[in-house]
Design a protein around this ligand. Structure first.
Ligand SMILES: *[C@@H]1O[C@H](CO)[C@@H](O)[C@H](O)[C@H]1NC(C)=O
Ligand SMILES: *[C@@H]1O[C@H](CO)[C@@H](O)[C@H](O)[C@H]1NC(C)=O
Ligand SMILES: *[C@@H]1O[C@H](CO)[C@@H](O)[C@H](O)[C@H]1NC(C)=O
Ligand SMILES: *[C@@H]1O[C@H](CO)[C@@H](O)[C@H](O)[C@H]1NC(C)=O
Length: 533
């Protein structure tokens, strides 16, 4: 009797706020699981005797309709709960730990009243994150200009860049991307035979730009694609004997090829859609701790950095607070924030958004500030490429309009949905329409009735460098050196970033700056290497 009375009262109280409660719960549950969750009638979070909740406990059933509402905490999972009553919330908004998996949220994000973790106002209710503030004129980010070099770029039919063509004087660090790891021996293994012949050619840059650091980047997105190398990082991180094998191979590699550091590109620990496992979170810290100790034992300083994703979803798999002491810096991939994959994310859908939107980059970096990461240890990622779409309706070509697929592949990069800066410059020169979004600090280029790409131009890169300085960041990081035709890296220098001395008295260096860059697309083996070997 007592129970049923309280159920009636409970239901009456809930009914008043039911519709706003239901929509908020649904939105938060979707964000918390991100995608593809509720395909069957996902119009509301209701449950009946036969249809349990997908997320949460089915609260008391309404006497007349036989329908209950899904939720978390004592109201739904406690007395009168209908089914899935032991479902625990992601975080504890104050109910007590028996109702929750954890007291707080990953990365110190906000715990909503409904027990979900998130960063938007719906979760945080006005709580602000305090962000680093510097005078942009102090040029904090000028300390480092890191550039990744895609070792496999020779595979493109045009727009390639040989190691000897890497522009000198602009980068403080050049990262060779990538070496892979052998899934059984944990030794370094080249992406392919040809790419594996280029390690020494890249470090040879040190003969021409004294003081430039050349590091090996290990991993990359594709290493965690389905296939034999998918579990390799997870296996390495949990196995100290495997780590020792890796360390010896790495040290031998660095000594033999004259490399100054190593960058680990594990994309991504813990993420179940990337082959990760829960233990990666702690194991990655142990891996880096031991790697740092091994590098320190060499006796010559060797650098260590890792890449970080710019999204809560993937970054929550990194124990950034405990990783920080072992790295020289973090390279934050503040690009690819949007792309064709948005169409499969329920909360986003097939709408064209800029992939390097400064508003969203600011939100992403707040994940670091929530955890007191030292901004001096952070490099802001700059994309020297665009993410492109084929738009659905040629009369709707603004950001936010619907796309039907990735943009047409470029003449050199040949992959739908992406265009190199080199290709975008040519498209603009051929008369495309260019609009600058001053708030998002991005440029949107449209052409051929339905083609759309967002990228960073000379102008928006300057805005991003200024932003990096405002946030006291210790550097910028470029993906990728070889996607540029020389325009963008030169424009970075034009923002007042430092340039470095280099030697010009070698035959293939003549005219390296400025006009010669325009010729990259026409260069080929006979042009370039005739004088170099
Ligand atoms: C709580 O943990 C359980 C078991 O690990 C998991 O199945 C469930 O999805 C978690 N709840 C939330 C809201 O994340
Ligand atoms: C940039 O991001 C903000 C916040 O998500 C959004 O409102 C805006 O439309 C975006 N701009 C572009 C050009 O994608
Ligand atoms: C910052 O860079 C600008 C542009 O090169 C330069 O004029 C200025 O003196 C620099 N400021 C400091 C504090 O070094
Ligand atoms: C390479 O360049 C030379 C001279 O510039 C040209 O004759 C030759 O056809 C080019 N080869 C290729 C494969 O493009």
């Amino acid at each position: 009797m007592k129970t049923s009375l309280s159920c009636v009262l409970l239901w009456a109280g809930l009914a008043v706020a039911a519709s706003s409660y239901e929509s908020s719960f649904l939105v938060q549950a979707r964000q918390s699981t991100r995608q593809k969750l509720w395909t069957r009638d996902d119009s509301d979070p209701k449950c009946t005797k036969d249809i349990p909740c997908k997320i949460g406990c089915c609260g008391p059933l309404d006497k007349d309709t036989g329908v209950g509402i899904c939720g978390l905490g004592p109201t739904f999972c406690g007395d009168g709960c209908t089914s899935s009553c032991d479902y625990k919330s992601e975080c504890d908004p104050g109910w007590g730990m028996q109702w929750s998996n954890a007291s707080t949220c990953p990365l110190n994000v906000c715990c909503s009243d409904f027990g979900f973790c998130g960063t938007t106002d719906e979760f945080c209710k006005g709580k602000e994150v305090s962000v680093p503030q510097c005078d942009p004129a102090a040029n904090s980010s000028h300390a480092r200009t890191v550039g990744y070099y895609e070792g496999w770029n020779w595979q493109r039919p045009c727009g390639t860049m040989k190691p000897s063509q890497i522009p000198l004087g602009y980068y403080s660090h050049i990262f060779f991307a990538f070496s892979l790891l052998d899934p059984t021996t944990f030794r370094l293994s080249p992406m392919d035979t040809e790419t594996g012949t280029l390690y020494g050619d890249v470090s040879a840059i040190k003969n021409r730009q004294p003081g430039v650091q050349v590091w090996i980047a290990i991993g990359g997105w594709a290493m965690n694609d389905p296939g034999p190398t998918r579990p390799t990082f997870s296996n390495l991180a949990k196995d100290e004997a495997a780590q020792d094998e890796f360390f010896e191979a790495l040290v031998t590699f660095m000594m033999a090829n004259d490399y100054d550091g190593v960058d680990i590109d594990w994309e991504y620990p813990v993420a179940d859609d990337r082959g990760g496992s829960v233990e990666d979170f702690d194991n990655y810290v142990n891996l880096l701790k031991r790697l740092r100790a091994r590098l320190n034992s060499i006796g010559v300083p060797k650098g260590l950095s890792i890449t970080l994703p710019a999204s809560y979803w993937y970054l929550k798999g990194f124990d950034i607070v405990n990783l920080e002491p072992y790295v020289d810096f973090f390279n934050v991939m503040t690009y690819d924030i949007h792309g064709v994959w948005d169409s499969t994310v329920q909360s986003l859908g097939p709408y064209a958004h800029a992939h390097t939107n400064l508003t969203e980059i600011e939100e992403a970096l707040k994940l670091l500030w929530r955890n007191n990461i030292n901004p001096e240890r952070v490099n802001l990622g700059l994309g020297f490429y665009g993410r492109s779409f084929t738009m659905k309706d040629p009369s709707c070509m603004a950001a936010g309009c619907e796309f039907s697929s990735g943009g047409n592949g470029g003449s050199c990069t040949g992959t739908p949905g992406v265009l190199s800066a080199h290709e975008i410059v040519q498209i603009i020169n051929n008369g495309a329409t260019v609009t600058t979004d001053e708030v998002a600090a991005v440029e949107i280029v449209t052409w051929d009735t339905n083609q759309w790409v967002s990228w960073d131009s000379t102008k928006t890169l300057a805005m991003k460098v200024n932003y990096a300085n405002e946030r006291c960041l210790g550097g910028v990081m470029v993906w990728a050196i070889d996607l540029d035709d020389g325009t963008l890296i030169k424009s970075l220098a034009d923002t007042g970033r430092p340039t470095y001395n280099y030697l010009t008295d070698l035959p293939w260096m003549t005219g390296c700056f400025g006009s010669a860059f325009d010729d990259w697309s026409r260069l080929n083996d006979s042009d370039i290497d005739s004088g170099s070997s």
